[in-house]
Design a protein around this ligand. Structure first.
Ligand code: DGL
Length: 267
Protein backbone atom coordinates (compact mmCIF):
# COMPACT_ATOMS: atom_id res chain seq x y z
CA UNK A 1 0.00 0.00 0.00
CA UNK A 2 1.29 3.41 -0.97
CA UNK A 3 1.25 6.84 0.60
CA UNK A 4 0.42 9.21 -2.24
CA UNK A 5 1.67 12.78 -2.45
CA UNK A 6 -0.30 14.89 -4.88
CA UNK A 7 0.38 18.38 -6.26
CA UNK A 8 -0.22 20.34 -9.46
CA UNK A 9 3.52 20.16 -10.17
CA UNK A 10 6.87 20.05 -8.41
CA UNK A 11 5.91 21.91 -5.19
CA UNK A 12 4.76 18.86 -3.26
CA UNK A 13 8.22 17.30 -3.68
CA UNK A 14 9.33 19.50 -0.78
CA UNK A 15 6.71 17.82 1.45
CA UNK A 16 7.55 14.35 0.13
CA UNK A 17 11.18 14.95 1.10
CA UNK A 18 10.12 15.68 4.68
CA UNK A 19 7.98 12.52 4.74
CA UNK A 20 10.82 10.36 3.38
CA UNK A 21 13.11 11.70 6.08
CA UNK A 22 10.58 10.98 8.83
CA UNK A 23 9.05 7.74 7.45
CA UNK A 24 11.86 6.12 5.44
CA UNK A 25 10.35 2.63 5.43
CA UNK A 26 7.13 3.61 3.62
CA UNK A 27 6.40 3.27 -0.12
CA UNK A 28 5.39 6.44 -1.93
CA UNK A 29 3.74 7.62 -5.12
CA UNK A 30 4.30 11.22 -6.18
CA UNK A 31 1.70 12.40 -8.66
CA UNK A 32 1.90 15.81 -10.39
CA UNK A 33 -0.93 17.20 -12.50
CA UNK A 34 1.47 18.83 -14.94
CA UNK A 35 -1.19 18.94 -17.65
CA UNK A 36 -3.07 21.55 -15.61
CA UNK A 37 -0.44 23.37 -13.54
CA UNK A 38 -0.78 26.17 -12.37
CA UNK A 39 -3.90 25.53 -10.30
CA UNK A 40 -3.80 28.90 -8.55
CA UNK A 41 -5.26 30.85 -11.46
CA UNK A 42 -8.17 28.45 -12.11
CA UNK A 43 -11.62 28.40 -10.50
CA UNK A 44 -12.44 26.21 -7.53
CA UNK A 45 -14.72 24.01 -9.67
CA UNK A 46 -12.02 23.48 -12.30
CA UNK A 47 -9.44 22.54 -9.67
CA UNK A 48 -11.85 20.07 -8.06
CA UNK A 49 -12.34 18.41 -11.47
CA UNK A 50 -8.57 18.23 -12.08
CA UNK A 51 -7.89 16.69 -8.66
CA UNK A 52 -10.58 13.99 -8.82
CA UNK A 53 -9.47 12.96 -12.34
CA UNK A 54 -5.90 12.56 -11.04
CA UNK A 55 -6.92 10.61 -7.93
CA UNK A 56 -8.98 8.26 -10.08
CA UNK A 57 -5.90 7.77 -12.29
CA UNK A 58 -3.80 6.96 -9.21
CA UNK A 59 -6.40 4.49 -7.90
CA UNK A 60 -6.37 2.62 -11.23
CA UNK A 61 -2.66 1.98 -10.70
CA UNK A 62 -2.02 1.68 -6.97
CA UNK A 63 -3.44 0.54 -3.67
CA UNK A 64 -3.59 3.62 -1.51
CA UNK A 65 -3.01 3.86 2.24
CA UNK A 66 -3.42 7.65 2.44
CA UNK A 67 -3.24 10.70 0.18
CA UNK A 68 -1.46 13.87 1.13
CA UNK A 69 -2.75 16.80 -0.90
CA UNK A 70 0.65 18.50 -0.91
CA UNK A 71 -0.87 21.64 -2.37
CA UNK A 72 -2.55 24.47 -0.48
CA UNK A 73 -4.57 25.45 -3.55
CA UNK A 74 -6.03 21.98 -4.21
CA UNK A 75 -6.73 21.61 -0.48
CA UNK A 76 -8.69 24.84 -0.32
CA UNK A 77 -10.66 23.99 -3.46
CA UNK A 78 -11.34 20.32 -2.88
CA UNK A 79 -10.38 18.68 0.41
CA UNK A 80 -13.83 18.57 2.05
CA UNK A 81 -15.47 17.07 -1.05
CA UNK A 82 -12.59 14.62 -1.51
CA UNK A 83 -13.05 13.35 2.05
CA UNK A 84 -16.68 12.56 1.38
CA UNK A 85 -15.82 10.85 -1.92
CA UNK A 86 -12.95 8.54 -0.84
CA UNK A 87 -12.63 6.31 2.22
CA UNK A 88 -8.84 6.44 2.81
CA UNK A 89 -7.32 9.21 4.96
CA UNK A 90 -6.77 12.48 3.10
CA UNK A 91 -4.35 14.99 4.60
CA UNK A 92 -4.57 18.57 3.35
CA UNK A 93 -2.40 21.66 3.73
CA UNK A 94 -3.08 25.25 4.73
CA UNK A 95 -0.82 28.28 5.07
CA UNK A 96 1.13 28.09 8.36
CA UNK A 97 -0.28 31.33 9.76
CA UNK A 98 -0.47 30.25 13.41
CA UNK A 99 3.26 29.43 13.81
CA UNK A 100 4.02 32.71 12.04
CA UNK A 101 1.87 34.66 14.50
CA UNK A 102 3.49 32.75 17.35
CA UNK A 103 6.91 33.88 16.13
CA UNK A 104 5.87 37.56 16.24
CA UNK A 105 4.07 37.34 19.58
CA UNK A 106 6.79 39.27 21.42
CA UNK A 107 7.80 41.72 18.71
CA UNK A 108 4.21 42.55 17.69
CA UNK A 109 5.42 42.77 14.07
CA UNK A 110 3.14 41.97 11.14
CA UNK A 111 2.78 38.69 9.21
CA UNK A 112 2.67 38.45 5.42
CA UNK A 113 0.96 35.36 3.97
CA UNK A 114 2.07 34.47 0.45
CA UNK A 115 0.05 31.91 -1.53
CA UNK A 116 -1.67 31.46 -4.88
CA UNK A 117 -4.56 33.82 -5.75
CA UNK A 118 -7.08 30.96 -5.43
CA UNK A 119 -5.89 29.93 -1.95
CA UNK A 120 -6.11 33.52 -0.72
CA UNK A 121 -9.61 34.13 -1.98
CA UNK A 122 -11.10 30.76 -0.99
CA UNK A 123 -13.45 30.31 1.95
CA UNK A 124 -11.02 27.96 3.76
CA UNK A 125 -8.32 30.63 4.12
CA UNK A 126 -10.83 33.37 4.90
CA UNK A 127 -12.23 31.17 7.68
CA UNK A 128 -8.72 30.54 9.01
CA UNK A 129 -8.12 34.31 9.13
CA UNK A 130 -11.48 34.91 10.79
CA UNK A 131 -10.60 32.51 13.63
CA UNK A 132 -7.32 34.26 14.49
CA UNK A 133 -7.03 36.37 17.62
CA UNK A 134 -5.45 39.19 15.62
CA UNK A 135 -6.44 38.98 11.95
CA UNK A 136 -5.59 42.69 11.57
CA UNK A 137 -1.91 41.81 11.99
CA UNK A 138 -1.92 39.73 8.79
CA UNK A 139 -1.53 40.85 5.15
CA UNK A 140 -1.62 38.70 2.02
CA UNK A 141 0.27 38.55 -1.26
CA UNK A 142 -0.34 36.27 -4.25
CA UNK A 143 2.88 35.13 -5.95
CA UNK A 144 1.75 33.05 -8.95
CA UNK A 145 4.98 33.90 -10.78
CA UNK A 146 6.94 31.65 -8.40
CA UNK A 147 4.90 28.62 -9.50
CA UNK A 148 5.88 29.26 -13.12
CA UNK A 149 9.56 29.72 -12.17
CA UNK A 150 9.57 26.48 -10.16
CA UNK A 151 8.04 24.49 -13.02
CA UNK A 152 10.83 25.80 -15.27
CA UNK A 153 13.44 24.76 -12.70
CA UNK A 154 14.42 28.41 -12.06
CA UNK A 155 14.82 28.58 -8.29
CA UNK A 156 17.22 31.52 -8.19
CA UNK A 157 18.93 34.04 -10.46
CA UNK A 158 18.30 37.65 -11.55
CA UNK A 159 14.78 37.10 -12.95
CA UNK A 160 13.55 35.45 -9.75
CA UNK A 161 15.16 38.12 -7.56
CA UNK A 162 13.72 40.94 -9.70
CA UNK A 163 10.24 39.38 -9.48
CA UNK A 164 10.47 39.03 -5.70
CA UNK A 165 11.73 42.61 -5.22
CA UNK A 166 8.89 43.94 -7.35
CA UNK A 167 6.24 41.92 -5.49
CA UNK A 168 7.52 42.85 -2.02
CA UNK A 169 8.05 46.55 -2.95
CA UNK A 170 4.58 47.75 -1.77
CA UNK A 171 5.24 46.34 1.73
CA UNK A 172 7.32 48.07 4.37
CA UNK A 173 9.15 44.86 5.25
CA UNK A 174 10.86 46.27 8.38
CA UNK A 175 7.39 46.16 10.00
CA UNK A 176 7.03 42.40 9.32
CA UNK A 177 8.36 39.61 11.52
CA UNK A 178 7.27 36.58 9.48
CA UNK A 179 6.42 35.56 5.93
CA UNK A 180 4.26 32.47 5.41
CA UNK A 181 5.10 30.32 2.39
CA UNK A 182 1.50 29.23 1.76
CA UNK A 183 2.17 27.32 -1.44
CA UNK A 184 4.41 24.27 -1.62
CA UNK A 185 6.13 25.62 -4.74
CA UNK A 186 7.32 28.65 -2.72
CA UNK A 187 9.39 26.49 -0.37
CA UNK A 188 11.97 26.10 -3.17
CA UNK A 189 12.55 29.88 -2.97
CA UNK A 190 13.54 30.14 0.70
CA UNK A 191 17.11 31.13 -0.20
CA UNK A 192 15.99 33.59 -2.89
CA UNK A 193 13.45 35.20 -0.53
CA UNK A 194 16.08 35.51 2.19
CA UNK A 195 18.19 37.53 -0.25
CA UNK A 196 15.49 40.21 -0.61
CA UNK A 197 13.88 40.50 2.85
CA UNK A 198 15.34 41.87 6.13
CA UNK A 199 17.31 39.30 8.12
CA UNK A 200 15.01 39.28 11.15
CA UNK A 201 12.07 37.90 9.11
CA UNK A 202 11.14 34.28 9.86
CA UNK A 203 9.86 32.12 6.96
CA UNK A 204 7.24 29.51 7.89
CA UNK A 205 5.77 26.68 5.83
CA UNK A 206 3.33 23.85 6.52
CA UNK A 207 5.56 20.94 5.50
CA UNK A 208 6.57 19.59 8.92
CA UNK A 209 3.03 20.09 10.30
CA UNK A 210 1.57 18.15 7.38
CA UNK A 211 3.93 15.22 7.90
CA UNK A 212 3.16 15.29 11.65
CA UNK A 213 -0.53 15.01 10.78
CA UNK A 214 0.19 12.11 8.38
CA UNK A 215 2.06 10.29 11.16
CA UNK A 216 -0.75 10.97 13.65
CA UNK A 217 -3.27 9.42 11.27
CA UNK A 218 -1.18 6.40 10.25
CA UNK A 219 0.42 5.57 13.55
CA UNK A 220 -0.74 7.53 16.61
CA UNK A 221 1.71 5.69 18.92
CA UNK A 222 4.63 6.71 16.76
CA UNK A 223 3.33 10.29 16.79
CA UNK A 224 3.49 10.26 20.60
CA UNK A 225 7.11 9.09 20.48
CA UNK A 226 8.21 11.45 17.70
CA UNK A 227 10.53 14.22 18.59
CA UNK A 228 12.42 11.92 20.96
CA UNK A 229 14.70 9.48 19.15
CA UNK A 230 13.02 9.29 15.80
CA UNK A 231 15.40 7.80 13.21
CA UNK A 232 15.78 9.95 10.11
CA UNK A 233 16.57 8.38 6.76
CA UNK A 234 15.76 8.50 3.08
CA UNK A 235 13.14 6.31 1.41
CA UNK A 236 14.19 4.91 -1.94
CA UNK A 237 10.82 3.45 -2.85
CA UNK A 238 9.12 6.28 -4.73
CA UNK A 239 7.10 6.00 -7.95
CA UNK A 240 6.81 9.29 -9.85
CA UNK A 241 3.73 9.83 -12.03
CA UNK A 242 2.14 12.75 -13.85
CA UNK A 243 -1.08 13.45 -15.71
CA UNK A 244 1.04 13.96 -18.84
CA UNK A 245 2.08 10.34 -18.45
CA UNK A 246 5.37 10.76 -20.34
CA UNK A 247 8.75 9.33 -19.42
CA UNK A 248 10.27 12.83 -19.73
CA UNK A 249 7.90 14.17 -17.10
CA UNK A 250 8.56 11.21 -14.81
CA UNK A 251 12.28 11.83 -15.08
CA UNK A 252 11.91 15.60 -14.54
CA UNK A 253 10.04 14.95 -11.27
CA UNK A 254 12.57 12.35 -10.10
CA UNK A 255 15.49 14.67 -10.93
CA UNK A 256 13.86 17.67 -9.18
CA UNK A 257 13.27 15.50 -6.13
CA UNK A 258 16.90 14.34 -6.01
CA UNK A 259 18.17 17.91 -6.41
CA UNK A 260 15.90 19.13 -3.60
CA UNK A 261 16.83 16.20 -1.34
CA UNK A 262 20.53 17.01 -1.76
CA UNK A 263 19.91 20.70 -1.10
CA UNK A 264 17.84 19.96 2.02
CA UNK A 265 20.53 17.56 3.32
CA UNK A 266 23.21 20.27 2.92
CA UNK A 267 21.11 22.97 4.62
N1 DGL B 1 1.75 23.93 -5.04
C1 DGL B 1 0.50 24.52 -5.00
C2 DGL B 1 0.13 25.09 -3.64
O1 DGL B 1 0.65 24.65 -2.64
C3 DGL B 1 -0.16 25.18 -6.16
C4 DGL B 1 0.59 25.82 -7.26
C5 DGL B 1 -0.30 26.05 -8.47
O2 DGL B 1 -0.51 25.07 -9.20
O3 DGL B 1 -0.77 27.19 -8.67
O4 DGL B 1 -0.70 25.96 -3.52
Amino acid sequence: MKIVFFDSGVGGLTVLQEACRRLPAESYVYYADTLNVPYGVHSKEEVYGFVTACIDDILRNHEVKAIVIACNTATSAAVDDLRSRYSFPIIGMEPAVKPALESVRESGRRVLVTATPLTLKEHKFQTLLGRLESPGQVDTLGLPGLVAFAERGMLDGPEVIAYLREQFAPFELERYGAIVLGCTHFVFFRDAIRQVVPRHIVLTDGNAGTVNQLIRLLDPKRAERSGSAEPAGDAADIVFMSSKGTEDERRRLADSFEAWRRQAADA
